[in-house]
Design a protein around this ligand. Structure first.
Ligand SMILES: O=C(CO)[C@H](O)[C@H](O)COP(=O)(O)O
Length: 225
């Protein structure tokens, strides 16, 4: 089993009968979904809240019952991947372009569990370019404002066209030298007109599930404030 497979499956152990479960996006949480699909087939009863069209399609194939955010009173647990995590369990997310829905679901969840292979662990966030979702209207101007924050920016493209999120927006990937104050940068970016949200998830993760070089599971928990 590869690292993503191990950590992805481990997270499914936290899902109990009757729970409403936020279903993240990406190649690690894919393995959580596969495991949940097998558990549902064996009789587990859950409702999933998908964070992307891609995840909704996979969950439907696996016959995991789905609901929308507005149909549920609460989300018991959300499980998602990350592009980077630090020792405070702050994250960069959005490599797959689903950061807005992922943040909405993570925020609403009573417990937010991140599944990440050890390559995602960093001392300081920022080696992975920070995804920022912007509305298409005035995107060039929005990008200019972001650049004023000393970040290098790149409009994400697929096949020569701007990548479009499930919300119909664009993504600007931003390289900052290193992100010493993630909370500050998160709110500065979100104050720029045209920015919908960015991939900094600060103080949100309750647990990161990763593994050590010997492939033993490591569960990192956030200290209670
Ligand atoms: O934030 C995300 C998608 O928007 C993903 O969770 C993140 O990119 C990690 O993906 P993977 O597990 O494929 O490495």
């Amino acid at each position: 089993m590869n690292e993503k497979n191990i950590v992805g499956e481990l997270a499914a152990d936290f899902v109990k009968d009757g729970m409403v479960v936020g279903l993240g996006t990406g190649s690690t949480v894919y393995f959580t979904l596969m495991k949940l699909g097998a558990l549902v087939e064996a009789g587990l009863s859950i409702q999933g809240i998908p964070t992307s069209v891609q995840t909704a399609e996979l969950a439907k194939k696996l016959q995991i019952p789905l609901a929308s955010m507005d149909e549920v009173k609460k989300i018991d647990i959300a499980i998602d991947g990350a592009d980077e995590f630090d020792s405070n369990l702050n994250l960069i997310k959005g490599g797959g372009g689903a950061l807005v829905r992922e943040k909405i679901v993570a925020k609403a969840a009573e417990k937010f569990i991140v599944v990440a292979d050890p390559s995602k662990m960093v001392k300081t966030l920022g080696a992975f370019p920070l995804p920022v979702e912007v509305v298409p209207f005035g995107a060039v101007q929005t990008e200019n404002y972001i650049r004023e924050l000393q970040g290098k920016t790149k409009l994400r493209q697929t096949n020569g066209m701007p990548f479009q999120t499930d919300n119909g927006n664009f993504i600007i990937d931003c390289s900052f030298p290193s992100i010493i104050k993630p909370q500050e940068l998160e709110s500065i970016l979100n104050n720029i007109p045209g920015v919908v949200d960015n991939g900094l998830f600060v103080g949100m993760a309750d647990m990161v599930i990763t593994i050590d070089p010997g492939h033993k599971p490591v569960l990192l928990e956030r200290e209670k404030q």
